[in-house]
Design a protein around this ligand. Structure first.
Ligand SMILES: *[C@@H]1O[C@H](CO)[C@@H](O)[C@H](O)[C@H]1NC(C)=O
Ligand SMILES: *[C@@H]1O[C@H](CO)[C@@H](O)[C@H](O)[C@H]1NC(C)=O
Ligand SMILES: *[C@@H]1O[C@H](CO)[C@@H](O)[C@H](O)[C@H]1NC(C)=O
Ligand SMILES: *[C@@H]1O[C@H](CO)[C@@H](O)[C@H](O)[C@H]1NC(C)=O
Ligand SMILES: *[C@@H]1O[C@H](CO)[C@@H](O)[C@H](O)[C@H]1NC(C)=O
Length: 153
């Protein structure tokens, strides 16, 4: 009976170790390569940024046009780069600029421009620019994967 107890106890300990090590392995997937995590960080940085820039900013007219994201992202990145070089103190925008650039590296379909379709942009104020950026990032965050699938995007 004692050996039996010991065996059961040992089995439980081993099972416990096993079931704990599995999720730990999943959690070690680098958050830098996790498009969901990068998108969440971009949203946090956009919220934290309180500066209202003057001037006009290019933004997509329809942020639901996923086939245009390649073109839209290019415009976003060039505007963000411009702001972070002209206003060197804005660490939030600088971070958003870096994260957006990183996103194009982990989501290859984002820097494909395949517009047989018209991707319309408009000029707006900075607030509207930020709203459009946020809406595109939220949409990318919801993607199951950034990898390209035949037929989908
Ligand atoms: C990616 O990041 C999100 C948000 O932080 C997290 O919920 C998810 O589990 C992560 N996925 C992987 C594979 O690490
Ligand atoms: C925008 O313009 C207003 C009024 O001219 C000025 O007070 C403000 O400092 C400007 N903002 C930036 C970020 O340059
Ligand atoms: C925006 O784009 C989506 C997806 O292409 C389309 O279904 C929708 O009708 C468009 N909305 C407007 C107002 O053009
Ligand atoms: C870059 O920023 C400057 C100063 O705000 C502005 O005059 C210029 O038009 C911007 N260029 C682009 C490409 O957005
Ligand atoms: C996507 O853009 C990134 C950053 O600009 C670049 O390093 C990468 O080579 C591009 N990938 C493709 C497939 O064009």
């Amino acid at each position: 009976i004692h050996t039996m107890r010991l065996y059961v106890l040992l089995a439980c300990v081993l099972w416990g170790l096993e079931s704990h090590s599995a999720p730990m392995k999943i959690a070690t997937v680098s958050s830098r390569d996790n498009h969901t995590a990068v998108c969440l960080e971009i949203q946090r940085e956009l919220m934290a940024d309180k500066i209202a820039y003057n001037g006009s900013f290019k933004r997509p007219q329809n942020t639901s046009e996923e086939l245009c994201y390649g073109e839209f992202i290019k415009d976003f990145i060039s505007t963000l780069k411009n702001i972070s070089t002209n206003y060197n103190k804005d660490c939030h925008i600088k971070k958003v600029y870096k994260d957006m650039t990183h996103l194009t590296n982990i989501c290859p379909k984002l820097n494909e421009t395949r517009s047989h379709k018209k991707c319309t942009t408009e000029t707006s104020n900075f607030l509207k620019f930020k709203e459009a950026l946020q809406s595109v990032v939220i949409s990318i965050e919801g993607w199951k994967s950034c990898k390209r699938f035949k037929g989908i995007l």
